[in-house]
Design a protein around this ligand. Structure first.
Ligand SMILES: Cc1cc2nc3c(=O)[nH]c(=O)nc-3n(C[C@H](O)[C@H](O)[C@H](O)COP(=O)(O)OP(=O)(O)OC[C@H]3O[C@@H](n4cnc5c(N)ncnc54)[C@H](O)[C@@H]3O)c2cc1C
Length: 603
């Protein structure tokens, strides 16, 4: 779908939902906070979004939904999550529950699930078990053969929407002994189960996304017919892992939205608050804090842009892309939230403040992006397993590999470039050393230098667009160039530790550093491949420079690269988007018109 069409859809959803600060709107912050305090499931918000058809934007058009590109549904979810992550998760869990069928379900299974959802039914994803957490091949829920189907026994917990959903896709052991081929997936219809075979577990009282139904089910010989099995017997783990890959990318919309809302609130505050005679947004230190938060958000935005598009344009590499974003985005943006807390100061503590009360909720809600669908540790481990291959390929890619990666990168990071149809069955569990972002980085940097040559500003002149682009290219070269030494360190570690290498904490640290190389490449590639699709005040060479500085600061926390002039230029970009009421993103969606009396923001 072209960017203009996605923007039009986004604008219509924003208009439907209204200004979140307006108590008379359809999804106001005041009501959302009330649900949050009481931990009450947001039925009415979920219902009004279903009436708008949002859930259908996340289900395949070929089987009765309206989805084409994954990023369209994700972009729309961002607009819900910027108001309420609990509602967004409540809705998104339906598409997660549908994913196994999308991957390997029959047309009948897909069609039936979508028809159900059109009539208001919902489906949850029953993978986790209390005792086994991330250790999926130890899971115990058992499926035993019976005439015409299977009997499911055991407990699934903690599961989002487990109680409110009518169906659950259950990951259960069909093999005699545990192991990768011992699991299968079944669609359990809770309303068709014999009395006494399905029991809902209590709603948990949550720290973040408090309005979400996080509960579980206890099964005691619950019958599912043969036709309820998704894929073949023994394919459950493979389908579950592919489902998690998509979930890891899609869930990132929530982290981006949490920071969008908190940054917007921090700006509302900083642009009004006068201390010692100055607006605090004009105080250099606070201005830097705000622009750095913006740069962090735009790093994450670039990374998620590439990863969401990789689901369609590079599904064979998605095991790497999904783990990179699942580690880096929540880790980075939770720190950003802390920085915004410092700007908002005492107002952070006021849960029912009429304007700023939402920030403390976003600080809590963003944590779900760290934990659900494979915590950051599991994702670093996945990267650790693949690291040597990724670094070997980056150093010695072989003939034509870089060129092919550069060609794909133009699609991966080109907002306006058409994507192939989403076919999740093509996702692979190992990427065989390929990561197009890292492989295409030299091409992206060369394009950046070419942009600098075409921009105004003689060689060596200070403060020009050309100078900013050249500085960004130099910095990007330094950051992405770390892949070489990283390879040597990984090889030395392997030689030193032998069989202990795979479990060593040092390998996790190397995997973290690899994520920074990928992040730097994502920022450069988004700038060069999406520049023409952006509207003023983007693209900004100063923003790119600050993004790269923020990545470098993860390695050298106290070394600043940018001048005050760069920060001032980024502040103009941020102010432009804020005053124009647009999403802080490369997508720049127009947000609902602000209708509220601004006096609440002055308190
Ligand atoms: C709000 C919310 C919604 C959820 N929704 C669903 C849902 O809809 N469906 C569903 O099936 N599940 C759901 N879950 C469960 C969630 O996905 C799992 O709990 C999670 O993936 C497993 O992590 P855990 O926190 O239980 O940690 P564990 O797996 O118990 O791990 C604990 C700690 O051990 C360490 N560790 C774990 N693995 C490794 C490793 N390989 N190497 C080194 N160290 C390791 C880490 O420090 C980790 O934090 C939800 C959870 C929450 C909080």
């Amino acid at each position: 779908m072209p960017k203009s069409d996605v923007t039009e859809l986004a604008a219509s959803l924003e208009e439907y939902l209204g200004d979140p600060h307006d108590a008379a709107g359809r999804m106001p912050f005041a009501q959302i906070l009330d649900h949050d305090v009481r931990g009450e499931y947001p039925y009415q918000f979920v219902a009004l979004l279903r009436r708008w058809g949002l859930h259908l934007r996340c289900l395949p058009a070929s089987d009765g939904g309206l989805a084409g590109n994954v990023e369209t549904g994700m972009s729309l979810m961002r607009l819900v999550a910027r108001r309420d992550p609990s509602t967004a998760v409540g809705l998104a869990l339906n598409s997660l529950g549908f994913m196994p069928a999308w991957i390997l379900g029959t047309p009948e299974q897909k069609g039936a699930l979508i028809e159900d959802m059109k009539r208001g039914s919902s489906v949850s994803w029953g993978l986790s078990e209390r005792v086994h957490g991330s250790d999926l091949v130890a899971n115990e829920v058992l499926a035993e053969r019976t005439e015409g189907g299977w009997l499911l026994t055991g407990e699934k917990w903690p599961i989002g929407n487990a109680t409110v959903a009518d169906k659950m896709v259950v990951f259960a052991r069909t093999g005699k002994r545990p192991g990768p081929a011992a699991y299968s997936l079944f669609v359990l219809d809770k309303w068709r189960a014999e009395p006494g075979t399905v029991a809902d577990l209590p709603f948990e009282d949550l720290y973040g996304t408090r309005a979400l139904d996080l509960s579980g089910v206890r099964l005691d010989g619950a019958f599912v017919p043969d036709a309820a099995m998704i894929g073949r017997e023994g394919q459950g783990l493979e389908i579950a892992l592919k489902t998690s890959q998509t979930a890891r990318v899609v869930l990132m919309h929530l982290a981006l939205s949490a920071v969008d809302t908190s940054l917007r609130l921090a700006l509302d505050f900083a642009e009004r608050r006068v201390l010692f005679g100055d607006r605090i947004s004009d105080v250099p230190y606070t201005r830097r804090q705000l622009t750095e938060a913006f740069a962090d958000l735009m790093i994450a935005d670039a990374m998620v842009l590439g990863a969401a598009r990789a689901l369609q344009a590079a599904p064979e590499q998605i095991s790497v892309w999904s783990s990179v974003v699942k580690y880096q985005v929540p880790t980075l943006l939770q720190k950003t939230m802390s920085q915004l807390t410092v700007v908002l100061g005492a107002r952070t503590f006021l849960r029912d403040h009429p304007h700023y009360g939402m920030h403390q909720k976003m600080v809590r809600d963003i944590l779900i992006t760290d934990i659900a669908d494979g915590n950051t540790v599991v994702n670093l481990r996945n990267l650790g397993h693949q690291l040597a291959g990724l670094l070997d390929k980056a150093a010695e890619p072989g003939e034509g590999v870089r060129e092919a990666a550069a060609e794909r990168a133009a699609v991966l990071y080109g907002l306006d470039r058409e994507l192939p149809v989403y076919e999740p069955v093509k996702q692979e569990l190992f990427s065989r050393g390929l990561d197009d972002a890292v492989l295409a980085a030299p091409d992206g940097i060369a394009r950046l230098r070419a942009l600098a040559d075409r921009a105004d500003g003689a060689e060596g002149a200070e403060g020009t667009e050309a100078e900013r682009l050249r500085a960004a290219a130099d910095l990007a070269e330094e950051l992405t160039g770390r892949a070489g030494p990283l390879r040597e360190r990984a090889a030395a570690l392997k030689a030193a530790l032998g069989k202990d290498y795979a479990q060593s904490p040092e390998l996790f640290e190397l995997a973290k550093e690899y994520c920074l190389v990928h992040a730097a490449a994502a920022c450069v590639l988004t700038h060069v491949h999406s520049a023409d699709a952006m509207e003023a005040p983007l693209p900004s060479a100063s923003l790119l420079l600050l993004q790269l500085e923020r990545i470098r600061r993860q390695l050298f926390p106290h070394e600043q690269v940018t001048s005050q002039a760069v920060v001032d230029e980024v502040m103009e970009v941020l102010r432009g988007l804020h005053q124009d009421n647009r999403l802080f993103s490369y997508w720049q969606f127009p947000l609902a018109k602000r209708l509220t009396d601004e006096s609440a923001a002055r308190r």
